[in-house]
Design a protein around this ligand. Structure first.
Ligand code: T3D
Length: 257
């Protein structure tokens, strides 16, 4: 791959957006590679957690604006064929996806980050719903996740004003789980991903399925789904191992099965 670095270590598939000269902004080729690695993360049993980050000083500046105005570029195609499958790829991946925001996250880059399961951010990072500044509307599921994470009032203000917020503000608002010193971010993100890769993967995947559905289900539908998925989790080898280990007063060894 040319625009994405991908490695697998200790059960973690690490995806690094790698176009640092243009702040890791997306063009079609990088979008295609991103979709391919997400597919690999889904299909490869050795991968039990995913970590997404950016190379250089930025996380991702969203759409490559030069590519967006290149002859033949079709914005509808870019959104539908590039960003939408990436968001669905992350949300439908039944493994934890951690995002390490190492620098500015703008436009589709900001929304890519908040589509992930757990977001860690460096103190120096920032988030910008940059779309309004160039006359566009937010995409990459920003209008879905941001109001749900931070409430309609704040989401509207951020999306209409295009204000830059700091990592600490993002955490206060509920977009980020932890803010870390810049030099500690990657080690902490890798540690968290490696820890999650040793957990009961199927249970975590089913938890994600439930959380995805909770945005749109009624209380009754959600309760029914919890019952169904709990029955599925109870049939996993990891559940048997978890209970056995508890009773034997030892640490469980989960295999993700
Ligand atoms: O097709 C469609 O348009 C539909 C899809 C839309 C999805 C979207 O994401 S729309 C939103 C697109 N993104 C933006 O509008 C953000 C544009 N970038 C910025 O506002 C700023 O670069 C940042 C606030 C992110 C960072 O500012 P700063 O001062 O730290 O860096 P800089 O100097 O502006 O950028 C550094 C270089 O990266 C610079 O190139 P140069 O001068 O060194 O050769 C700059 O042009 C380049 N760069 C930054 N963002 C983009 C970019 N090049 C192409 N596309 C970018 N999005």
């Amino acid at each position: 791959m040319e625009h994405i670095l991908f490695s697998i270590n200790n059960g973690v598939g690490k995806i690094t957006l790698n176009r640092p000269d243009v702040l890791n902004s997306f063009h079609m080729a990088m979008g295609k590679e991103m979709r391919e690695v997400l597919e690999e993360c889904k299909n490869n049993k050795a991968i039990r957690a995913v970590l997404i980050t950016g190379a250089g000083r930025a996380f991702c500046a969203g759409q490559d604006l030069a590519a967006a105005i290149a002859p033949g570029a079709d914005i509808k195609v870019i959104v539908q064929e590039q960003y939408n499958p990436i968001v669905l790829g992350i949300r439908n991946l039944e493994k934890p996806v951690i995002c390490a925001v190492n620098g500015v996250a703008a436009g589709a880059g900001a929304n890519l980050a908040i589509a992930c399961d757990i977001v860690l951010a460096a103190y120096s990072s920032s988030f910008i719903q940059a779309f309004s500044k160039i006359g566009l509307v937010p995409d990459t599921a920003g209008t879905f996740f941001l109001p749900r994470l931070i409430g309609m009032q704040r989401a509207t203000a951020l999306m209409m004003l295009g204000d830059k917020i700091t990592a600490e503000q993002a955490m206060e608002f509920g977009m980020v789980y932890r803010v870390l010193p810049d030099e500690a971010l990657m080690a902490e993100a890798e540690k968290l991903a490696e820890q999650m890769a040793t957990m009961a993967t199927k249970g975590l995947g089913l938890t994600k399925r439930l959380l995805n559905a909770s945005f749109t289900n009624s209380l009754k539908e959600q309760l029914d789904m919890e019952g169904e998925l709990q029955a599925m989790a109870a049939k996993t080898q990891d559940n048997a191992e978890g209970v056995k280990a508890f009773l034997e007063k030892r640490k469980p060894v989960f295999k993700g099965e």
